[in-house]
Design a protein around this ligand. Structure first.
Ligand code: SAH
Length: 345
């Protein structure tokens, strides 16, 4: 197994059979070696820098019905809210003072947020924070809409493909959603000039190792600038409430592999990883991750933006706990970078 890691480190790729063996192996020694190599590669391109992205969760309304997600439209117990322009600006102002230079506006697919409305928010942020990157994570929208948002001043867009296996995609999503459409959106985003992020859930119901290999192959084809992966975590008010969640071990194994395959990619240690394992995000940083996305949303809405159970909300996760988070990052041997943290070509 160590020789597979060496091959991946030196050549940036493995065959499907090799990938399968490496993904399915679960020895701690292999994990440690993978982390060491992944860290070497991240340090080669990004040094010890960790980029912070301030997450502003702008709406919990969603017209979609993804079976895994706590804010799916069929979840009648979900509390719905949407932030208005002044609330969003206030989140960003607080974040700016704390040192954030990237704001990520994420939300459900809320029909209230028309292209024009979103562009209005982007223009305001652009005017007020010319030195910051504006990232959107608002789901599937038209190519025209993406172009308008780019023109209004947005820089980046996050849209996970979720799974690259059509059959699995169908099992995780309602009939009206399709993998083809999701992929089209991703290609449109790249073509529009967004720094684009994609990714998938680890340990989603029915997911096999072959599915994970398809995810990796799709990412190799797409060549995104950012890759977001995190464990699937069941939500109590969804059809998947009794399914098993993904593990931190498998998530870390994939993070290490991704760093070796995509040396320059921006790779977050996600909140979901931090939620299922005590020091999940620190382990992520030590396995090639170089981004953390603390929450800048108003405190009273954080519980309502509930994609999965027990979301990490206090301490180092929340933006106010930034000192704690910085200490955690420094203890792990890295340093917080006070810059936009763009993809380096
Ligand atoms: N509406 C936007 C934002 C989705 S939320 C969009 O469609 O892109 C961001 C990510 O959270 C999703 O892409 C999904 O991968 C993840 N997510 C949703 N439910 C989850 C769950 N139960 N466990 C883990 N991750 C989940």
């Amino acid at each position: 197994m160590i020789n597979l890691i060496e091959k991946l480190y030196h050549t940036g790729d493995l065959t499907n059979a090799e990938l399968k063996a490496l993904i399915e192996d679960d020895s701690a020694e292999v994990s440690a070696h993978l982390a060491k190599r992944a860290d070497e590669v991240r340090q080669k391109y990004y040094g010890k820098k960790v980029f912070l992205r301030g997450l502003i969760e702008i709406s919990s309304y969603c017209k979609n019905d993804c079976l895994y997600c706590g804010i799916r439209r069929s979840n009648k117990s979900a509390e719905r809210y949407r932030l208005d322009l002044s609330q969003i600006m206030e989140c960003a102002e607080n974040g700016y003072k704390l040192g954030f230079r990237t704001f990520v506006m994420q939300g459900g697919e809320d029909a209230f947020f028309t292209d024009e409305y979103i562009c209005g928010i982007i223009s305001e942020l652009r005017k007020k924070f010319p030195d910051c990157a504006i990232t959107l994570s608002l789901g599937e929208r038209s190519a025209v809409g993406y172009r308008k948002m780019k023109a209004a001043g947005a820089d980046r867009y996050l849209l996970r493909h979720e799974t690259a296996n059509e059959k699995l995609y169908q099992k995780l999503h309602p009939a009206e959603m399709s993998l083809d459409n999701r992929k089209n959106c991703l290609y449109n985003l790249i073509e529009t000039g967004f720094q684009t992020g994609s990714g998938f859930m680890v340990g989603a119901p029915f997911q096999t190792t072959d599915d994970l290999i398809s995810d990796i192959r799709f990412l190799q084809e797409l060549q995104p600038h950012m890759i977001g992966i995190g464990p699937f975590i069941p939500h109590k008010d969804t059809p998947f409430k009794n399914e098993k969640g993904g593990t931190a071990e498998l998530t870390l194994r994939l993070l290490g592999i991704l760093r070796l395959m995509f040396p320059r990619v921006l790779l977050p240690a996600t909140t979901a990883l931090g939620t299922i394992a005590e020091n999940g995000r620190t382990l992520g940083l030590k396995t090639g991750c170089n981004v953390i996305m603390p929450n800048l949303s108003p405190k009273e809405v954080r519980k309502k933006y509930n994609l999965y159970d027990n979301k990490l909300i206090t301490g180092g996760e929340a933006a106010e706990g930034l000192a704690l988070l910085k200490a955690e990052i420094e203890k792990a041997g890295y340093e917080v970078a006070d810059e936009r943290g763009d993809f380096v070509d």
